[in-house]
Unconditional design. Structure first.
Length: 320
């Protein structure tokens, strides 16, 4: 647990903002698109060129099983899975679900998975429990093209981060009379039955835990009982403890919640439905984490898994 908490604390200091997250439990076998895939970005940069070379290997007849988030499934299918299968001849099986449930399934049957795409704290748990395998960095040429902080967040033996995400507050100003400027403002009694907050088992949950600590001058690892007491005090204001960002956005759109602690990418999605939603950079500062690409120990298709990770980091995918 100590390694997990220290990793999340380090991630909480980051402020780069792109992400994907999800919830519902589902397994899908994908098939290559019949139409030719058009690159979403120019391929003149080294990252784009090396991605093509890496993915172009012949993996026909092999199957890659991935545990990942459910958010933006259609875009992932279009921009990642279909073009990767088209270039390699491999088949991809995608299993999605809530983070905690996915960790349980992976730990029970690690041999059923090749690639694990999950948030930093959950990746640290899997690493601590001996579930994640070592990657061959010489097979992932696009590592040279990503931010240094993303190259080896858990050490050289494990996989890279591919997105960063920042926790903030989203609210509908037409539904409340309170101006929100900080995480501490969420405890305002005028917000009774208005707020949706992340469950501790979600990617956002640990970040909200650290944000709560900062809001009240508490220290994670030392003042944990006091932090949980503060979360208990928030309950009258909480209309939903969410495990699905998608469902939370729906609640905002339908007026079932007026305020939500969400990651920045969710605000982008929510704002498409209502441009009047307000994003708050809380006065306590930014709390951010990252999502990671890893392989399981004893991965049956290690070369294919590493080619997939390299493809995921490519310029075309990152800019899609």
């Amino acid at each position: 647990m100590r390694k997990t908490l220290s990793l999340v604390l380090a991630a909480a200091m980051l402020s780069t903002t792109i992400a994907a997250c999800g919830s519902s439990n589902n397994t899908v076998t994908t098939t290559a698109a019949a139409a030719e895939t058009t690159a979403a970005a120019e391929t003149t940069a080294a990252a784009g060129e090396t991605a093509d070379a890496s993915a172009a290997q012949d993996f026909a007849g092999q199957t890659l099983t991935i545990s990942t988030f459910s958010f933006n499934a259609e875009l992932l299918q279009k921009n990642i899975y279909d073009p990767f299968m088209e270039q390699t001849g491999a088949k991809i099986v995608v299993e999605t679900g809530k983070n905690a449930e996915r960790v349980t399934k992976i730990e029970e049957s690690p041999e059923n998975y090749d690639v694990v795409i999950i948030g930093d704290s959950f990746a640290a748990q899997l690493a601590n429990d001996g579930i994640l395998g070592n990657i061959d960095r010489s097979k992932i040429a696009n590592l040279d093209s990503i931010y240094d902080v993303a190259k080896a967040p858990m050490g050289e033996e494990y996989g890279p981060a591919y997105t960063f995400n920042r926790l903030g507050i989203v609210y509908d100003p037409s539904m409340i009379d309170v101006e929100i400027k900080s995480f501490a403002d969420l405890w305002n009694p005028e917000l009774k039955d208005c707020i949706a907050v992340p469950d501790i088992t979600t990617t956002s949950g640990m970040l909200f835990y650290y944000a709560t600590a900062a809001a009240f001058g508490l220290t994670p690892g030392q003042d944990d009982d006091a932090i949980f007491a503060k979360l208990e005090e928030l309950k009258p204001n909480v209309v939903k403890t969410w495990t699905s960002a998608n469902d939370t956005i729906t609640m905002l759109n339908q007026g079932e919640a007026s305020v939500a602690a969400l990651l920045d990418y969710s605000y982008t999605t929510a704002k498409q439905a209502n441009p009047d939603y307000v994003w708050v950079n809380p006065s306590e500062g930014n709390f951010a984490g990252f999502n990671m690409l890893n392989i399981t120990k004893g991965c049956k298709n290690k070369e294919l898994a590493e080619a997939f990770i390299d493809f995921y980091l490519s310029k075309d995918v990152q800019q899609a």
